[in-house]
Each structure stands twice: as C-alpha cells, then as structure tokens.
Design a protein around this ligand. Structure first.
Ligand code: SF4
Length: 335
C-alpha cells in the first residue's frame, strides 16, 4: 500500500518515521469498480450508495504549487487555471465560498451532488485529472475500512497531517524561490512557476526540510526534530493504526442507520458507505443483544444458519454496528 505521504519529497518523508510505512491495503475500497456506485445502480438508496458522476470526488481539495508542477500542463490543470478564482503562486485552492458551505452541503450531497464535484474530475476509472499530483486529502480517502472507524480515523488524521505539510512546503517555496508570479499572471507563467516548484522541492536540503517540519502547524520552533511522529497527532495516528478490537462475548447494538433493499437489509455503524448487508432476521439478533446475553447464545437461540452466523457478527462489529458495552471498542484519543 502506498503511504498517504508518498507524494512528499524524500527529505520530508525521511522525518516522518513509522508514520510513512506499513499502511494497510484497503481492499474493500475498489475505486475503479466503485462498490457504492454499483449499489446505486441496482437501486440502493442514498446514503448507502453513490452516484456514478459524483462518487467520493464531491470535494475540492487544494493543490499546492509543487503538486501542480508534478502533474504539469494537462487539460484538468489548464481548465482550472482558466477559472482564475483561487489560483495563486501557492497553488490551486478551492473557489471562493466553496469551503464555507461544504460541511453543510456535504451532509446530503457527498457522493451524489455533482455541483460539489472537484474541478479536477475527468471521469473514467479513477476519475482524476491530476492523479500523480493529488493531495494527501485524496490519497488517504477510502469509503470502506478493514478496521472500521479506527481505520477511517487513522487515514483521516494522516490526510490532515499531509495537507498541513503540503501547505507548509508551498508557503516555503513562495517565500524562498525568486520570481513568484502574481495572481493575474498568464497560465503559461503560472505553469512554469509550478514546474519550478516541483523541481525545487525534490532538491530540498536537510536544513530546509527541518525548517518546513518545524513550521507545520501548530508550529513550535524549539521542538525536537522528530516532533511529527512524536506529536499528539502523530501519536494518535499510531494508536489508531494499531488498534485491533477484540470481539467481546457480550455486544450491544450501535446501529446508526438501516436501509431495506429487496431481500437484504443494509446495516450501518460508523458510516452508511461501509454498511453490512444482512438478512432481515438480523433484527431478531439485535433484539436479543440486551447487554447481558452473549452474542453466541443469541445466535444459538435463533438457530445458526447460512445467513445469520458468526461472520455476520464480526462484520457488524467491524463497522461499529455492534460494540462492547464495557467500552473496549472505544477509540483512542489525543492527550
Ligand atoms: S483531486 Fe482527483 S481524486 Fe481528488 S477529489 Fe479531485 S478528482 Fe477526485
């Protein structure tokens, strides 16, 4: 699995330590054959599905100057430069107002509202016109997670860290490279600048890399060199990545939503995009999980069968639709 920091320069990655290694393959997120689009096309309702023309690219990530330069002069970047709004020497930011309303609009539109769609969207397998230069925000996004919410949170925290590092690198380049273009520079001049940024970032020396690491928010100039891995956020990412929740003998329902579809019921815990397909008899099982009855006893009372078995319980637990009432499933938090 590629690290969510794989696009950062080697001199920066060298300072990320364990945060840059051993990320899981999230094999449930088969992007080129999106499982949520497939669900939508057999009639599963939103938010248990996504629209083919929107998918998870219903967001507008910023693209720092050196990442634009990595992509080069491609149609998606040319089209974005023509828009002008949000185009500077720093890179390509979301257009005015987009971020202000995103949270509210995404509640009902993420995965289906085409008007929220990324300006780099081109359709096709990965749908992305800037794939090689895409931000950590996109590299770390998966709709389904091998380790449920802990997995989702580890990727989300890594995305936040990656975006902060990207932004700090972009600011460093604007400050230290001569000849940063004005916002009204021609597309060709901007492209030439972004290409210079991509080239410069690969040549960052140790002192520059250290200065950048120390400037990543929250900046603490006196902090130790390894403070990203050792920072509260770094430590939280590590804890989330290693969390492997045992399935307790007693579990209780923690279902956030359900959706009937034909002979199936989709049961959600941490996310409707990572729901479990179950037979309708799952409700009889949930009703028996009263906080004292072991789930194996409940299954036995119902009579194990092909549709209602231990693997279904493990899946419901993975997505957080079942949890340990004693709290062993609770996520780690920052100090
Ligand atoms: S940059 Fe690419 S992967 Fe990221 S949201 Fe835009 S189109 Fe999708």
């Amino acid at each position: 699995m590629a690290s969510p920091f794989a696009h950062l320069p080697a001199s920066i990655r060298a300072r990320l330590g364990e945060l840059d290694t051993s990320w899981l393959d999230e094999e449930r997120s088969t992007c080129s054959a999106c499982p949520l689009v497939s669900e939508g096309e057999v009639g599963v309702a939103y938010p248990f599905s996504m629209a083919r023309e929107a998918r998870c690219c219903t967001a507008q990530p910023n693209l720092a100057n050196f990442l634009v330069g990595r992509v080069g002069d491609v149609p998606a970047v040319r089209a974005r430069l023509a828009e002008r709004d949000g185009v500077t020497a720093w890179g390509l930011r979301a257009v005015t107002g987009y971020d202000d309303t995103f949270s509210q609009r995404a509640k009902g539109g993420f995965g289906r509202d085409v008007s929220l769609r990324c300006l780099f969207w081109v359709g096709g397998d990965h749908a992305c016109g800037v794939w090689d230069g895409r931000s950590a925000r996109c590299r770390a996004f998966f709709c389904r997670h091998e380790h449920g919410l802990a997995g989702a949170m580890s990727w989300s925290q890594a995305a936040g860290l990656g975006v902060s590092i990207e932004a700090t690198i972009a600011e460093h380049l604007v400050t230290t490279l001569a000849g940063a273009p004005s916002a009204d520079a021609s597309p060709d001049d901007l492209l030439a600048w972004y290409a210079r940024c991509a080239s410069a970032v690969d040549g960052l020396d140790e002192a520059e890399a250290l200065a950048i690491i120390r400037a990543v928010p929250p900046a603490t100039p006196a902090a130790p060199v390894d403070r990203i891995a050792g920072s509260p956020r770094g430590r939280l990412i590590t804890k989330l990545r290693v969390q492997r929740r045992a399935v307790a003998e007693v579990l209780v329902p923690a279902v956030s939503a359900t959706q009937r579809h034909g002979e199936r019921v989709l049961v959600a815990g941490y996310s409707s995009f990572d729901a479990v397909s179950a037979p309708p008899s799952v409700f009889a099982l949930l009703a028996r999980l009263d906080g004292t009855t072991p789930w194996r006893t409940a299954l036995a009372e119902l009579g194990y069968d092909q549709a209602l078995d231990e693997s279904l319980v493990y899946e419901l637990h993975r997505v957080g639709a079942l949890r340990d009432p004693a709290g062993s499933d609770d996520l780690p938090e920052t100090e």
